[in-house]
Design a protein around this ligand. Structure first.
Ligand code: PLP
Length: 421
């Protein structure tokens, strides 16, 4: 079945309302890189729809009324399907009782209990609004518990909006207490242990090295062993930043897939299935260090988001959503590799099938991938050309097969190696 292109005459994917919104956005937003990958322009102008008005299941509709199969999933939060009926019903029921009110909502305790059941081996949890809150709190706890200043991060790893984490030397923020070592650089870790181990409060680790337009790298066994050695020999703590990968690598915490047991685990994104909630989970020995800190923020205790997260966890485990997401990812990968090959392309879907990154052969500037993304969007599917994709439980066989058919046509329109770009 050949799909009809949505706007063959338009230069880009956006229709008139989308183009008008971009014009208005350009006068009232600062522009540039400020919203980074959350802006469709991260994929190049006009390659993906700029403004999404409605979202349901695994489909989103832009402001010009065009609907797309979506493999961006809100950059992670859409785990069960947009507007999952049970999650939204729980949120609505809570909103009818109380939104933010003076003191703790009971849902805070219920969510904490559910989280500790979901991720075994942890003893307390702090609910927050965003992954950035969780990682910043983890760094504070590691420093408070050890009385040491240094935190080890890995090159190009993103851990949220803390100015300390996102600044680079020369950008005006003090990063003198951070150390960055390359991913899988066991020697770099050993060197740090030898020279500054006694000043090291902790390590913050992502499950994978997964960055835009690059192949995904898994942690090597030696790398993980080197981090364990740092913990044993220096007493430094380990925070596992599972904000991005949580619920898509292992149902009970991605660290289980790696065979490690961090002191602190950060979760976010998928936890609320679109509602703003994140959490830090900790081991008993760190309870006191955490309780000695102050963490307060007006909207932390948002019971609507807490109820959404409780129901997300319930539905996720009841419906075996992880298995469904994995199966959908496997089906998509097999189909895309097949139609890419049939159309003369050599592609890679790097990383786990639940969160793959599309890479074309000989595409150093992402031009082939962007062209493919634009063609696919014109036909009704969002395949981000530079970021990893996210699968969700609403990607059923029918949706995946439709996406493969769209991809087939989009690959046909994408220049092959040797053809003019
Ligand atoms: C690995 C990782 N950690 C932390 C964060 C920050 O989470 P949030 O954007 O919810 O503040 C992100 C966000 O993309 C992330 O990918």
């Amino acid at each position: 079945m050949t799909k009809e292109r949505k706007s063959p005459e338009a230069a880009g994917v956006d229709g008139p309302r989308g183009q008008d919104l971009w014009q208005r956005a350009d006068s009232v937003l600062p522009g540039g890189n400020i919203y980074f990958s959350r802006s469709a322009r991260f994929a190049g102008d006009g390659n993906l729809p700029g403004f999404i008005e409605r979202a349901e299941g695994c489909r989103v509709t832009d402001v010009d009324g065009r609907t797309y199969l979506d493999f961006n999933c809100g950059n992670g939060p859409n785990l069960l399907g947009y507007l999952h009926p049970e999650v939204e019903e729980a949120a609505r029921a809570q909103a009818a009782e109380a939104s933010l009110a003076s003191f703790f909502p009971p849902a805070l305790v219920e969510l904490s209990e559910r989280l500790l059941d979901a991720v075994p081996g942890y003893d307390w949890t702090v609910a927050v609004k965003a992954g950035s809150d969780a990682t910043a709190l983890a760094a504070r706890i590691m420093r408070a518990a050890t009385g040491r200043p240094l935190i080890l991060l890995f090159k190009n790893a993103y851990h949220g909006l803390s100015p300390e984490f996102i600044s680079r030397p020369g950008q005006g923020w003090d990063t003198s207490n951070l150390r960055r070592v390359a991913w899988n650089d066991t020697e770099g870790i050993a060197d740090l242990l030898e020279h500054e181990g006694d000043q090291l409060a902790g390590v913050i680790l992502n499950p994978l090295d997964q960055n835009p337009m690059r192949p995904t790298r898994y942690p090597s066994a030696d790398f993980l062993a080197a981090i364990e050695r740092v913990r044993e020999e220096s007493g430094a703590l380990l925070t596992f930043d599972d904000v991005r990968h949580g619920f898509r690598l292992h149902p009970r915490g991605s660290h289980q897939a790696l065979g490690i047991e961090p002191d602190l685990v950060c979760l976010g994104k998928a936890l609320g299935n679109g509602h703003s909630v994140a959490a830090l989970l900790g081991k008993e020995p760190l309870r006191e260090a955490c309780s000695g800190l102050m963490l307060t923020s007006t909207y932390i205790f948002d019971p609507v988001a807490f109820r959404a997260a409780i129901t997300t966890l319930d539905v996720y485990f009841r419906d075996l959503a992880f298995e469904r997401i994995e199966r959908a990812g496997g089906r998509l990968k097999t189909g895309l590799l097949r139609v890419a090959g049939d159309t003369g392309h050599n592609i890679e879907l790097s990383g786990p099938v639940t969160m793959p990154t599309l890479l074309f052969e000989e595409d150093p500037n992402n031009i082939r991938a962007r062209r493919f993304a634009r063609e696919a969007a014109m036909l009704g599917a969002i395949f981000h050309p530079s970021l990893n994709w996210f699968m969700c439980a609403a990607h059923d066989d029918e949706a995946v097969d439709e996406a493969i058919e769209i991809a087939h046509q989009a690959f046909e329109q994408t220049p092959r190696v040797g053809e003019a770009l």
